[in-house]
Design a protein around this ligand. Structure first.
Ligand code: ZN
Length: 117
């Protein structure tokens, strides 16, 4: 009898922890959705970022080559902001992190070409 009661408590405990974990996952998904809808707003023109020269650099997608140790890896569709005024090109901070991670992954998987996303 006692063991049955204990295992019931264990099950309830597990259910509780699954419930709280599900809540955390749901919250993370909601945040991701919000971020996505912010980027996908309808009627948005090409995203721009302020270049250091003062002009707005427009978002383009380019193929880039990255080097990990002695290996050259081609990364396709990298989001690059391109300034028509001074020809400066740059990647946003969060994208450059993704870029670095993708390069490392490609190196680990011994790939020569990867897609940015
Ligand atoms: Zn510029």
């Amino acid at each position: 009898m006692r063991t049955i009661v204990m295992s019931k408590q264990n099950i309830e405990g597990s259910i509780q922890s699954i419930k709280s974990r599900t809540k955390v996952i749901k919250k993370a998904l909601d945040t991701a959705k919000q971020l996505k809808s912010r980027n996908d707003e309808p009627g948005n023109t090409t995203p721009t970022k302020r270049c250091y020269c003062g002009n707005n650099a427009k978002l383009t997608h380019q193929n880039k080559y990255g080097r990990v140790k002695e290996k050259l890896i081609r990364v396709e569709n990298v989001p690059v902001y391109s300034c028509e005024e001074c020809n400066e090109q740059f990647i946003s901070g969060s994208d450059s992190l993704v870029y670095a991670v993708r390069l490392k992954e490609a190196y680990a998987e011994n790939k020569n070409t990867i897609a940015f996303k």
